[in-house]
Design a protein around this ligand. Structure first.
Ligand SMILES: Cc1cc2nc3c(=O)[nH]c(=O)nc-3n(C[C@H](O)[C@H](O)[C@H](O)COP(=O)(O)OP(=O)(O)OC[C@H]3O[C@@H](n4cnc5c(N)ncnc54)[C@H](O)[C@@H]3O)c2cc1C
Length: 474
């Protein structure tokens, strides 16, 4: 499949920049040859891709800052990249940028089990952090299906959400301190400190969700949560989405230990079963499914089953209390993204809708997409308690933006958000104005101009590039 945004590399490889970066990160950690660059140049969806000028892999905060300083001096644009699992095209070059990979920043500097805190390098993955924390009976509060590759720095940069937001909040709620390098080579160090500190702007909070447009996060001090050994999972089938939503909300009210409330639809379940070669969960095929999980130190199966036992509209159910069954039920939800990707290059639109209109949206979104192409396929799944649906559309060329526009306009008309957790990236930059008023965008641009006056940090992400600066397409 021809990736979208395949661009001609219009910046000549500057030997002097490569040489300067090599003195900072070592010759083995800066490279320009096509073979070694390749994995840094295409995103997880394969929809976004472009050639990098160079890839640099700094090994410390000081090196990150020095790389940024050198790039600023050379007027070279920089794309920060962590695990490259982002789904909005913000982690890969558009044409000629330096990719600054954080994959060498994997330190675990201090894990304070008593305080429930850890200080880590931004390139550490969630899975690696969880492995270290497990030895202390702890885990990280944000979990997502990309856990083996997604880095904590990338998750801070996108304010990642995932499957446990209903219990622990999004990435922002886990960040206690941060070290970050600025495009002028300066370092903001707010890693440690006292629990209450109202001294001026909360810069770490500003960098959370900034998608690599303001600074490169190099270290994080993060909250850890107790590992809760007793986990119960229930999968429920419904014939109306309204009943599924009501049941999820009832569980949120009544099950104190609720850690996840997820949803998927029949089309997605069919894809997962076919792709993974696993049997359907129930003998009947129902249009809507929710998966609820509760976790605590004591058995939660009665509390969970009790809360949903007489819920109206339940057509079938399965309860899992042992690890094997829990994994089996979670697979129906967790494997959606890979199953969809196996079908083609999807348009992925991660949106949030007020819960009162979620049912209406789920119907309307199919109508607007099928109106553009009756052969298209729409696969919905997501985090039902927050009204967060991942709208996956198959059947359009990667660079055909008509379905994106139609869906995002529908979201805006219903009072929703065009990005619930994945960010704006380049994929949605054109439509930021749909849900952010002009004064808001002007303030964001002013912040960007103040911290990155030369515009070297991830150009084209969040704010569309002026036409004159868009790299030439092949
Ligand atoms: C199977 C699958 C499931 C997923 N599920 C979820 C989910 O449930 N919830 C969710 O929120 N997301 C989900 N995602 C999306 C993705 O995993 C998250 O956005 C994640 O936070 C990206 O982390 P990363 O390290 O891969 O960042 P990258 O993809 O490398 O980068 C993402 C953005 O952050 C910037 N960036 C990366 N590192 C830094 C840094 N250190 N400093 C500054 N900027 C940086 C990049 O420039 C880019 O704009 C999923 C993705 C996949 C493939």
């Amino acid at each position: 499949v021809a990736p979208r945004n395949r661009l001609v590399c219009n910046a000549h490889v500057s030997d002097s920049l490569a040489a300067r970066l090599a003195t900072i990160v070592g010759t083995g950690n800066v490279f320009a040859d096509a073979d070694r660059r390749a994995t840094y140049e295409t995103d997880w969806t394969r929809r976004f891709s472009g050639p990098a000028r160079l890839v640099a892999r700094p090994g410390s905060t000081a090196e990150v800052a020095a790389v940024l300083g050198a790039c600023a001096d050379a007027g070279a644009a920089v794309v920060p990249q962590g695990g490259n699992t982002g789904l909005v095209g913000g982690s890969v070059p558009r044409g000629g940028e330096v990719v600054l990979s954080t994959l060498r920043l994997t330190s675990i500097e201090s894990l304070d089990a008593a305080a429930g805190e850890v200080t880590v390098g931004a390139g550490l993955t969630v899975a690696a952090l969880n492995e270290a924390a497990a030895a202390h009976g702890l885990r990280f509060g944000v979990d997502l299906a990309s856990r083996d590759s997604a880095t904590l720095g990338g998750m801070a940069a996108t304010n990642a959400g995932g499957i446990n937001v209903v219990r622990y909040g999004m990435m922002r709620a886990q960040v206690l301190g941060m070290e970050a390098a600025l495009p002028d080579g300066g370092i903001v160090s707010r890693l440690f400190g006292v629990g209450r500190d109202n001294t001026g702007y909360d810069l770490p909070n500003l960098f959370v969700g900034s998608e690599g447009t303001l600074a490169v996060v190099s270290k994080l001090r993060l909250r850890l949560v107790p590992m809760l050994p007793q986990r119960a999972v229930v999968l429920l089938a419904f014939d109306t989405l309204g009943a599924a939503i009501e049941t999820a909300l009832r569980a949120r009210r009544e099950v104190e230990a609720l850690t996840a409330a997820e949803c998927f639809f029949a089309e997605g379940l069919d894809l997962v079963c076919r792709h993974a070669g696993i049997p359907a969960p129930f003998t009947g095929r129902w249009p809507y499914y929710i998966l609820l999980e509760a976790a605590a130190r004591t058995d939660q199966s009665m509390a969970l089953a009790g809360a949903v036992a007489d819920a109206p509209g339940v057509r079938d159910s399965a309860l899992a209390t042992d690890a094997r069954d829990r994994t089996r039920l979670w697979a129906y939800r967790d494997r959606h993204t890979e199953a969809i990707n196996a079908e083609g290059v999807p348009h992925k639109l991660d949106v949030a809708i007020p819960l009162a209109r979620l049912d209406e949206f789920a119907k309307e979104v199919r109508a607007v997409v099928l109106d553009l192409s009756p052969a298209a396929q729409v696969v919905l799944f997501g985090h039902i308690a927050e009204g967060n649906l991942h709208v996956n559309i198959l059947g359009f060329a990667p660079d055909d933006e008509r379905p994106d526009e139609a869906v995002l306009r529908l979201v805006a008309s219903m009072g929703g958000s065009i990005s619930a957790e994945h960010g704006i990236g380049v994929a949605k930059a054109r439509w930021l104005e749909l849900t952010r008023p002009p004064a808001d965008i002007a303030a964001m641009r002013a912040v960007k101009a103040a911290l990155d006056p030369r515009g070297i940090m991830n150009p084209g992400v969040l704010f569309p590039r002026p036409e004159s600066q868009v790299p030439r397409r092949e």
